[in-house]
Design a protein around this ligand. Structure first.
Ligand SMILES: [Mg+2]
Length: 400
């Protein structure tokens, strides 16, 4: 069976995050920029309405304002972006047991063998895209291929909200005509050296003389040429062997709720999942955090410290305490989340080293994790009070 790898890239991530809590800027050109007050900073991310004016990442703010005088500028809030990124990664982990975070706004997913769960690659990609949109209000693009490099290149081809397949057999037509500097892994300097050798497109690189490349660029010359030919044997590396930083679950409610008792039930079920995951990973956390997203997309988070635990009840009780204190029946809620973090440093490495074992074990481990993922999806469908609308639709159409 050949591999199926996705690269999920969140579109204009920082400003998209801001748009979820500032709905008033939707449809207006806006950007996150360092120090907008003094107008000396640079643009970190511009939304697509601003890009129409030529506003780009790394452009000085004063230049951006010349191109687009009505540009709305927001200061960066990196804590908020990391928290949102964690929610994105949490959702992605529900689709594949092997997720590799490449940066705050993108990750590779090994989707090999997931057809039975989510359908063919294009349908699974659509499901992931819709889930991120529904749960978090965030757009993404997804590249699909048989390896990491090609999926990354594919993800760049259609933005925003693009799903692009780029299989090795099609690279002559889709990849080779692109300029060599657009290749993932080729920086400005390397591009300069390649151009000096008369290599202008990815196709040129694919067909160039290998010895000459190695002479000029060292070992990386040969590696780049292999990539240009669509060969990449780097595996998607789940970070599961690293210390877990946080375990969280959130859910978008089928209907906005303003009744505390209903919210309590939802929180209890989410706490169960968090507790179960913590116990499975043999970690105990001291920090319980809840997040509440209101119907108007405003989000608040509140946290408290408790003695280290992995018990559902203790997690839930602290979470509910926070929820009760911050409850306002006049503000309907559309999403609730709870997480456990602040884990003890002594991680039980032997329980988390599944990816170091031999390939066969890793394969069966993968199946077990898939089973678990499926179980937890089933759990969700079983409870009528909450659902993930997109997944529900998919589930009712399948034969499971
Ligand atoms: Mg990215």
């Amino acid at each position: 069976m050949s591999s199926v790898i996705f690269l999920v890239d969140m579109n204009s991530f920082f400003i998209s995050c801001e748009m979820t809590r500032h709905p008033e800027i939707k449809g207006k050109p806006a950007a996150v920029a360092g120090d907008p007050a003094t107008r000396t900073g640079i643009i970190l991310t511009a939304n697509y309405d601003a890009r129409k004016f030529g506003v780009k990442t790394t452009m000085p703010v004063h230049q951006a304002l010349k191109l687009c005088p009505d540009l709305v500028l927001l200061p960066p809030d990196h804590r908020f972006y990391s928290e949102t990124s964690r929610q994105v990664m949490d959702i992605l982990s529900g689709f594949s047991p092997v997720v590799e975070e490449n940066s705050i706004d993108e990750a590779w997913l090994d989707m090999t063998g997931c057809e039975g769960l989510f359908g063919d690659p294009a349908s699974s990609a659509e499901l992931i895209m819709n889930t991120l949109q529904t749960e978090l209000g965030l757009p993404c693009s997804i590249g699909i291929s048989e390896n990491k490099f090609l999926s990354k290149m594919a993800s760049e081809m259609k933005k925003p909200l693009g799903i692009t397949e780029l299989w090795r057999k099609d690279i002559g037509q889709k990849l080779w005509p692109l300029p060599v500097q657009s290749m993932y892994g080729v920086g400005k300097q390397t591009a300069g050296k390649l151009k000096a050798m008369g290599i202008h497109t990815i196709g040129d690189l694919a067909r160039s003389n290998r010895e000459a490349l190695v002479k000029k660029l060292g070992k990386s010359g040969a590696e780049l040429q292999a990539l240009a030919n669509g060969f990449d044997d780097n595996l998607v590396q789940s970070h599961a062997h690293e210390a877990v930083k946080s375990i969280g679950r959130s859910v978008t409610l089928a209907e906005d709720i303003s009744d505390l008792e209903n919210a309590r039930k939802v929180l209890l079920r989410l706490s169960e999942e968090v507790g179960r995951t913590a116990r499975k990973q043999a970690v105990k956390g001291r920090t319980v955090q809840i997040s509440i997203k209101y119907a108007d997309f405003r989000t608040i988070t509140r946290q408290a410290t408790i003695p280290a635990t992995s018990h559902t009840n203790e997690i839930f009780e602290q979470g509910y305490e926070l929820l009760r204190k911050n409850w306002n029946s006049r503000q309907p809620v559309r999403l609730l989340g709870i997480s456990l973090s602040g884990f003890d440093s002594g991680q039980p490495a032997e329980q988390l080293s599944m990816f170091d074992s031999n390939a066969e074990d890793a394969e069966s481990e993968k199946l077990v994790k898939l089973e678990n993922a499926l179980d937890s999806l089933r759990d969700k469908y079983g409870k009528s009070i909450v659902n993930r609308a997109v997944l529900m639709k998919k589930e009712s159409g399948s034969s499971k």
